[in-house]
Each structure stands twice: as structure tokens, then as C-alpha cells.
Design a protein around this ligand. Structure first.
Ligand code: NAD
Length: 498
């Protein structure tokens, strides 16, 4: 099947979904391209601010209509299980679509699609098994605490793992009984549109889910400001996240923010060399470094620094950078030409700041890679943690390596960052691992592993890496409001009345 046939088989011919209707957006046309060779995927008409308003109004009506919010939990759960089943029935096709959408290697997109299905199953199960509380009574009354949907939720997602990040918002938000307006990143609309079609087929009622591809500064902004939107769940950069938090403060509206990172990976002198070298390479270079949790600052104990760096550079040079269609590929292209230029500017800045290139620092040549936005895995050293390329998120395949002498100075440097998303520790000494893990300012710590994810384990960024949480049983509560009920059980009048 050609890529145009593949896209046509998964993405409806209307370009945006509002109130159960596929229609043309009223924004500018946008051509989605394949970052590996710049061939066109599909031209779509994007949404504009009027479309955003219509979608929110349709979502509000659908939510009040109660044919979703009013279903019993097990009835909504059934629809979520069906969504998961349909995702898995189209697993390979969706993985190929996601590859075309953002250029990730097929091995990675297969994992992302399966993880999206798991996310729907997990929140269906949470929904069916979540208890409400009867709280201890302090008199002749009964008290209950129940949870209800919030109403219209705006879900705004980035381009690096569209189907998985969409599912992480849609599954708990829909499970909780909300209506959702999804705004995917401008450059990756395809997976979100295909997922919306699956949701429709699975029985999500009209209007409960709308999808608006297009510009964040137009549609995202219109959604956040709309008075009927009562919650925003955002994944993206810290700058946009902060501006959303400001607008939300005006409306006193809850927000969940999953933002950027600059995560440290720490290798102690007793670490298993093979595993830690592999783990560090995987932590920064998988997904071409376009991962919020990428381990982009490397701290290696000085006594093993030279040996470790030699092995690391050898490993980085051997990474297979190329065609995302191949099962063998480890790194695909970057998302766009502009993003690659940003990465290149950061590498140049690192060199100006006094850094030395250990490997990479250029575009690969041959095998048609000139057609796409490829960049070599790049390692710099000779910098301190205060360098700008150690402090600012690059979101590309660039690692800065630094030696450290003792635990105290290591913790100080590792925590010297505005971000606090994740960290990795490589050591055989479990006491040292525990001490270090507890001392690090980050929401997720991997010990002798990296980038492992489980839907049942909460994920949240500390400091400027975010607010709120995703995943885990309580992830669904982020999309609910709590209500307390008091039931009087005494036939006598209230004492005040006497
Ligand atoms: P981005 O902040 O530029 O955009 C994210 C989304 O917000 C897109 O859909 C975009 O269109 C929209 N947007 C842009 N301006 C907006 C505005 N003014 N109002 C409302 N919405 C707006 O981020 P990106 O470049 O798409 O993604 C990369 C960033 O995402 C990185 O910083 C990365 O660390 C972060 N990220 C974080 C996580 C996490 O879980 N913490 C996961 C993935 C990516």
C-alpha cells in the first residue's frame, strides 16, 4: 500500500472534527510532510479560532446532554475497551502513519501505538474499579465524597509522540465523563485524526470529542481562553506551558502541565560498564533526543571518565541513523528543518562556550539522508553545568558529558537546573543509588535503567517541568471534581432552631 493509500484508509477526508461532523477547517491549509525525505503526506485545512469556539460549544452541549457523562462507569469503560481493541486491530497501519507523521523509526512507533491501546485499557479498568468514599461520620449524619466530570477539557499535545500523548489525555479525560477538544501539534495532525475516527467507531457520542489541527498560538490560545473550557491538559514546552498557566490563573481553572526537561544521567565508578554505556546512549539518542525525558546531561565519576567516554563515543559512532521504515534503524530524522537548525545553533553555542566535540556535530551524508532532517548523535565535553547548553532544553541528539568528584558536588550540579523531570543513576551500590535518588529534584528516577514507562506508575514533572500528574490510578482524578454529600440522619430539628 502506498503512503497516500495508507493515510486515506485511516484519516477521514474532512480535516477537522467538530460536534461529530468532519468538515473543512477555516484556517490556512497545511501540508504535512514526512521528515525523512520531505515528501508530502497530506494537505489539510486547519482550524481557526471560530472553529475552536464551535468545538467548545458543541463539547459543552454534548457533555450536558449526559449520554456520555451520565453513563455508568462500566458502560463508559466498555467504549474505552473498544477503542483499545480498534487501535490494536490497526496496530501496524497506525504505526506506519505515526512514522510518516513525525519520522520516528517504525520500531518505536509500534511501541507507541501499543502503549496508546494499553492506556485506554488501563483507564477503563480504573474507571470500573475506582471507589467513592463514605467518610467517618462525626454525628448523626452520613458523609460521602464523590467525583464528577469537570465538563469541557482542552487537551493540547506536542509532536514528538502524538498517538501516545493523545491517549494519555483522552483516556482518563473521557473515562471521567468529560467532553474533550483535542489540539494536536501543527506539524503532526495525522495520528490524532485517525484516533478520533477510532473513538467515533467505538461509540464515543457525537460532540464528546472534537479534534482541531492547526496553529497553537491561534487555536490553543482560543481554547485556553474560552469560558466554557474548564480544564486544560497540556504537554509541550515550558514557555507555552507558563503562558497557559497565566491564562488559567485568570479563569481560576485547573491545569495539568507536562513540560520540558534537562535530565541528568549519573554514572558512578562501580557501574556495569556495558549496561551503563548502552543506557546512556539509549537515554539521549533514542527518538533522536526529541524526548522530554532525554538524559541530556551526563555526569561520570572522574576515576572512570576517560574509559567510559571512549566506550560511549565508540557506541555513538556506531548508531544506525537513517530510514525510519527499517526495523534496524535506531535514529530517524528530526521533526523539521527549523528544529534541526535550532539543534545546530545549540551545538555551535556549546563550542563557543568552550566545549569540545567528542563525536557528531554534523548532518550525516549518503543513503538519501540529505533529503531529510537527519543529524548525527553528538557528544560534547569540556563544559561546566552552568553552560547554556547544559541549562536550556535542546530537544535533539546532543549530550554534554562532565566528570564529577564526589556525591555532594554531583547532587549540587545535577539539581542546578530550572527543570526537574527525570534522572538516571548507574551504580551497583544500592545504598548509594537510594541516597542519590532521594536527593535528586526530579519526578522520575531510573536506577540501572532509563526511559522505562508504565501506565500504572504516576508521571509528573517537578520545578519548571510541570504541574499535576499523568498515569497511575489517580491520573483519572485530574479530570474530576470532588463533591461532598452530607445526609442528615436525625429526625430532631437542628439545635440552632431550638
Ligand atoms: P510547544 O510548547 O511548542 O507546543 C505544544 C503544543 O502547544 C502544540 O500543540 C502547539 O501547537 C501548542 N501551542 C503552541 N502555542 C500555544 C499557545 N500560545 N497556547 C496554547 N497552545 C499552544 O512544544 P512542542 O515543540 O510541540 O514539543 C516539544 C516540547 O514538549 C519540549 O519542550 C518537550 O520537553 C515537551 N514535552 C514534554 C513532555 C512531558 O511529558 N513532560 C512530553 C513530550 C514533550
Amino acid at each position: 500500500m502506498s503512503h497516500t493509500e495508507l493515510i486515506a484508509s485511516l484519516v477521514p477526508s474532512g480535516d477537522i472534527l467538530i460536534g461529530g461532523e468532519w468538515r473543512r477547517g477555516r484556517g490556512a491549509p497545511y501540508t504535512s510532510i514526512y521528515p525523512a525525505d520531505q515528501s508530502a503526506n497530506l494537505e489539510i485545512s486547519t482550524a481557526n479560532a471560530d472553529d475552536a469556539r464551535d468545538a467548545v460549544e458543541a463539547a459543552d452541549a454534548a457533555w450536558r446532554d449526559a449520554n456520555w457523562s451520565g453513563l455508568k462507569p462500566h458502560q463508559r469503560a466498555l467504549v474505552l475497551y473498544r477503542i483499545a481493541d480498534l487501535i490494536m486491530q490497526r496496530h501496524e497501519a497506525l504505526a506506519q502513519l505515526q512514522r510518516r507523521d513525525n519520522g520516528k523509526p517504525i520500531g518505536e512507533t509500534r511501541v507507541l501505538v501499543a502503549s496508546a491501546a494499553n492506556t485506554f485499557r488501563y483507564f477503563a479498568a480504573c474507571l470500573e474499579t475506582l471507589d467513592e468514599d463514605v467518610t467517618p461520620s462525626r454525628g448523626d449524619y452520613l458523609t460521602m465524597s464523590v467525583h464528577e466530570p469537570i465538563g469541557v477539557v482542552a487537551a493540547i499535545t506536542p509532536w514528538n509522540s502524538p498517538i501516545a500523548s493523545d491517549a494519555q489525555k483522552l483516556a482518563p479525560a473521557l473515562a471521567a465523563g468529560n467532553a474533550v477538544v483535542l489540539k494536536p501539534a501543527e506539524v503532526t495532525p495525522l495520528a490524532s485524526l485517525a484516533l478520533a475516527r477510532i473513538c467515533e467507531e467505538a461509540g464515543v457520542p457525537k460532540g464528546v470529542l472534537s479534534v482541531l489541527p492547526g496553529k497553537g498560538s491561534v487555536i490553543g490560545d482560543a481554547l485556553v481562553r474560552h469560558p466554557l473550557v474548564r480544564k486544560v491538559s497540556f504537554t509541550g514546552g515550558t514557555t507555552v506551558g507558563r503562558s497557559i498557566a497565566r491564562l488559567a490563573a485568570e479563569k481560576l481553572m485547573p491545569v495539568s502541565l507536562e513540560l520540558g526537561g534537562k535530565s541528568p544521567t549519573i554514572v558512578f565508578d562501580d557501574a556495569d560498564l556495558d549496561h551503563s554505556v548502552n543506557g546512556v546512549l539509549y537515554g539521549i539518542f533514542s527518538s533522536s533526543g526529541e524526548a522530554c525525558i532525554a538524559g541530556s546531561r551526563l555526569f561520570v565519576q572522574r576515576s572512570i571518565y576517560d574509559t567510559f567516554m571512549k566506550r560511549l563515543a565508540e557506541g555513538a559512532r556506531k548508531l544506525r541513523v537513517g530510514n525510519p521504515e527499517s526495523d534496524n534503524t535506531q535514529m530517524g530524522p528530526l521533526i523539521s528543518s527549523q528544529h534541526r537548525e535550532t539543534v545546530e545553533r545549540y551545538v555551535a553555542l556549546g563550542l563557543e562556550e568552550g566545549g569540545r566535540l567528542v563525536c557528531g556535530g554534523e548532518r550525516p551524508v549518503g543513503d538519501n539522508r540529505e533529503q531529510g532532517f537527519f543529524y548525527q548523535p553528538t557528544i560534547l565535553e569540556g563544559l561546566t553545568n552552568s553552560a547554556r547548553i547544559c541549562q536550556e532544553e535542546i530537544f535533539g541528539p546532543v549530550l554534554v558529558a562532565m566528570p564529577f568528584d564526589d556525591e555532594a558536588s554531583l547532587i549540587e550540579q545535577a539539581n542546578d537546573s530550572v527543570f526537574g523531570l527525570a534522572a538516571g543513576i548507574w551504580t551497583r551500590d544500592y545504598k548509594r543509588a537510594y541516597r542519590t535518588a532521594r536527593a535528586l529534584d526530579a519526578g522520575t528516577i531510573w536506577i540501572n535503567t532509563y526511559k522505562l514507562f508504565s501506565i500504572s506508575t504516576p508521571f509528573s514533572g517537578w520545578k519548571e517541568s510541570g504541574m499535576g500528574r499523568e498515569k497511575g490510578r489517580l491520573g483519572i482524578r485530574e479530570y474530576m471534581r470532588q463533591k461532598s454529600l452530607y445526609w442528615g440522619l436525625n429526625d430532631a430539628p437542628l439545635p440552632w432552631a431550638n
